[in-house]
Design a protein. Structure first.
Length: 219
């Protein structure tokens, strides 16, 4: 946030929205508000969005998560919370009450640094060019983390394993709120791959962008 302020936002004063499944402390709010002259909003994520959906076989999910935790040196609790976070970022974030009045979202990754001045307004560029999705980094997905994601959607997308890293995404929230996006997410969500495999918000968002947007809508 300090970098974003120095390199960009102190000239634009775009508001910040902080969301968490746990209440923010008064000290954290005070530090954040001192770091910017822009408006800052703090919100809670509904508990039902941070738990297993009812259609998930929890024993199967916990077994899969245990295997992932063991191979990555993580605790099961941390790994489970990460799955809930991924599911929230994949779709529900766009529907959060604090974001309803916003058209665009620029996701900021904790611990990241911006070392150069951002001399143009990427949010204005998206609006002016009617771009729905923008990314900074793409990478080749690990096939063993999403073995049934692509077949679950459409056969023609099977060979595309490129993912957009959502940690630094800029996205038109109306795209994520659209019936087409939400229906695709609901379809994939009920397949359970977030918990049974290792589908991420990046893999789901990349699939949605590939399937639902033309190349002129991506930057």
């Amino acid at each position: 946030m300090f970098d974003v302020e120095k390199r960009f936002n102190e000239r634009h004063a775009y508001p910040y929205v902080f969301l968490s499944e746990q209440p923010f402390t008064a000290a954290f709010k005070r530090i954040v508000r001192k770091a910017t002259n822009a408006s800052v909003h703090f919100g809670l994520i509904d508990q039902h969005q941070w738990q297993y959906p009812q259609w998930i076989d929890q024993d199967r999910a916990k077994s899969a998560i245990q295997m992932w935790a063991d191979s990555n040196g993580a605790t099961v609790a941390a790994a489970t919370g990460w799955r809930h976070m991924v599911r929230f970022w994949a779709a529900s974030v766009a529907l959060h009450p604090l974001l309803r009045s916003f058209r665009y979202m620029w996701r900021l990754e904790p611990g990241s640094h911006y070392t150069c001045d951002i001399v143009y307004d990427p949010l204005r560029l998206m609006h002016d060019r009617q771009i729905s999705y923008a990314f900074a980094v793409s990478f080749e997905a690990m096939p063993d983390t999403v073995p049934t994601l692509w077949p679950s959607a459409l056969e023609f997308i099977h060979d595309s394993l490129c993912e957009f890293l959502t940690n630094f995404e800029l996205v038109d929230l109306d795209f994520m709120r659209s019936d087409a996006y939400q229906q695709l997410f609901d379809f994939l969500d009920r397949r359970g791959g977030i918990y049974y495999e290792r589908w991420t918000d990046a893999s789901i968002r990349s699939l949605a962008v590939t399937m639902l947007l033309g190349s002129d809508k991506v930057h």
